[in-house]
Design a protein around this ligand. Structure first.
Ligand code: ADP
Ligand code: ADP
Ligand code: MG
Length: 473
């Protein structure tokens, strides 16, 4: 086992990885940009080093991170999610520097990081994929229109190296295809420095179902059940549930077998996720594989009892996977909501700034993975997710009730957050019954956006503060 690990990340996932290190009695090394000097990960790690003055450059500087790992005596690097976590070149350099990469091998990252290469590989191995094209690099607009016509509208354009819901355009009619194609290419180039785009049939009202994979370095591969991530805004997940409230045993077994086969076809090791779309007739299609720990890994941990970050570290250190598929059972349902520092009533614009009060929810079967605290100033340079609230209940219904309770208890002051919006989702009749697909939020969003600026407790706090001022307290 390692004695020291460097964490090439920030925010809640860096904190989560430090906790796993502490559980395993491993020293942790944090890196931080200057604006992150008061970050929780900096305070919690065994040691912390400034990587750059610039807010972003340091977290993306492969060589500097490797040098820092060497200098601090770390034996391995955990990349978390986002930043360099799916950068095959970085993974390769880490290994060349004599360090251990906590994740799959760099060639697996390269293969699966390109959605098109992944699709081709899956197809070759008999895994069902969404009907679609190869990369549309040399095709004329005339040909692309022909493909779309053959496939039938609507179609979806995707950046081959896309992620986080970026570089995606749904096209409903031929007139819009050219503009959408060009816009998709531009976005792909801006975000992913690669403007390869391909096209898929747009599956109507599907569910996003993904399987958590764990594989060791010796070919032992299992799945840890599925997550339902159908509640999305602009193709980005907002709420994740494990297991899926609309899954049955038979379908789970079938999809699980295919997910494991997909991972094996890729030569996968460590933790990863196989994402599928499930259509209205329960047909499922491979969509992509994420070669890293996922934001929503916590719901799987809560229902299965397996600590995924610890497992990642243990597998990377060479341990044999000692969990058999038959050991993986779920206790009830877990739901995660992503609490973002965003102004929901203002088109979800980021709402960075100082936290003036922070009371995370507590109580049985409530977990908060976060990186904020009272007086912390959320910098404007990063992802707006500041906390993940995860609850568990013995049934889906009980989990939703607990979520509703925990969200009402959760107080973050000083900035706007998505909490009031999430509370409204908990009140939705269809959400309560587990009846939703990826179109859920799009259809209902106007009704779910809170009408008032603040929730009641904000008003109460404001009144209390006013009274205190008057009373000279
Ligand atoms: P999940 O872990 O559930 O797949 P997301 O897809 O939202 O969650 O991505 C997790 C984080 O990683 C987000 O902060 C997102 O912005 C970032 N991210 C995901 N894919 C990429 C990518 N290819 N390039 C850069 N950032 C990415
Ligand atoms: P990312 O890498 O950004 O996560 P994905 O390929 O996983 O991109 O797609 C993100 C989301 O977009 C999916 O969860 C799903 O809601 C939607 N989506 C992607 N492909 C299709 C499709 N062919 N039909 C319908 N919806 C899709
Ligand atoms: Mg995805």
């Amino acid at each position: 086992m390692f004695s020291k690990i460097l964490i090439a990340n920030r925010g809640e996932i860096a904190v989560r990885i430090i906790r796993a290190c502490n559980d395993l009695n491993i020293q942790s090394v944090a890196i931080y940009s200057r604006v992150d000097k008061d970050g929780l990960h900096v305070k919690m790690a065994s040691e912390a080093h400034e990587i750059s003055e610039d807010p972003l450059a340091g977290y993306l500087d492969a060589q500097k991170i490797i040098d820092m790992a060497k200098m601090s005596g770390a034996e391995a690097i955990h990349p978390g999610y986002g930043f360099l976590s799916e950068n095959a070149h970085f993974a390769q350099k880490v290994v060349e520097a004599g360090l251990v990469w906590i994740g799959p091998s760099s060639d697996v990252i390269a293969k699966m990081g390109d959605k098109n290469v992944a699709r081709t590989l899956m197809k070759k191995n008999g895994i069902p994929i969404v009907p679609g094209t190869e990369t549309l690099n040399n095709e004329s607009m005339h040909t692309i229109k022909l493909y779309a016509k053959q496939m039938g509208y609507p179609v979806i354009l995707k950046a081959s190296s896309g992620g986080g819901g970026r570089g995606i355009r749904v096209v409903y009619k031929e007139e819009d295809l050219e503009d959408s194609f060009n816009a998709c290419k531009r976005e792909a180039l801006t975000f992913f420095k690669n403007d390869d785009v391909f096209m898929e049939k747009y599956i109507q009202n599907p569910k996003h179902i993904e399987f958590q994979i764990l594989a060791d370095n010796y070919g032992n591969t299992i799945h840890l059940l599925e997550r339902d991530c159908s509640i999305q805004r602009r193709h980005q997940k907002l709420i994740e549930i494990a297991p899926s409230p609309s899954m049955n045993k038979d379908l789970r077994r079938k999809m699980g077998v295919v997910a494991v086969a997909a991972a094996k076809a890729a030569g996968y090791s460590n933790a990863g996720t196989v994402e599928f779309l499930l259509d209205e007739d329960n047909r499922f299609y491979f969509m992509e594989m994420n070669t890293r720990i996922q934001v929503e890994h916590g719901v799987t941990e809560e229902i299965t009892g397996f600590d995924l970050i610890s497992r990642q570290i243990r597998i990377a250190s060479g341990e044999i996977l000692d969990i058999a598929q038959s050991d993986v059972l779920n206790i009830g349902y877990a739901i995660e909501v992503r609490i973002n520092a965003e102004d929901v009533r203002n088109d979800f614009v980021p709402s960075p700034g100082k936290i003036t009060a922070y009371y995370p929810s507590l109580g049985p079967f409530v977990r908060v993975d976060s990186c904020i605290y009272k007086d912390f100033v959320i910098p404007p340079y990063y992802d707006s997710m500041v906390a993940k609230l995860i609850v568990r209940g013995l049934s889906y219904d009980l989990a939703v009730r607990k979520l509703s309770r925990a969200l009402r208890e959760f107080k973050i002051r000083g900035i706007h957050t998505t909490i009031p919006f999430l509370i409204n989702i908990c009140e939705d009749k269809e959400f309560k019954k587990g009846l939703f697909d990826t179109s859920f939020l799009e259809k209902k969003i106007q009704d779910l956006i809170p009408k008032e600026e603040h929730d009641v407790s904000d008003v109460v706090a404001a009144i209390a503060a006013a009274i205190a001022v008057r009373a000279g307290m």
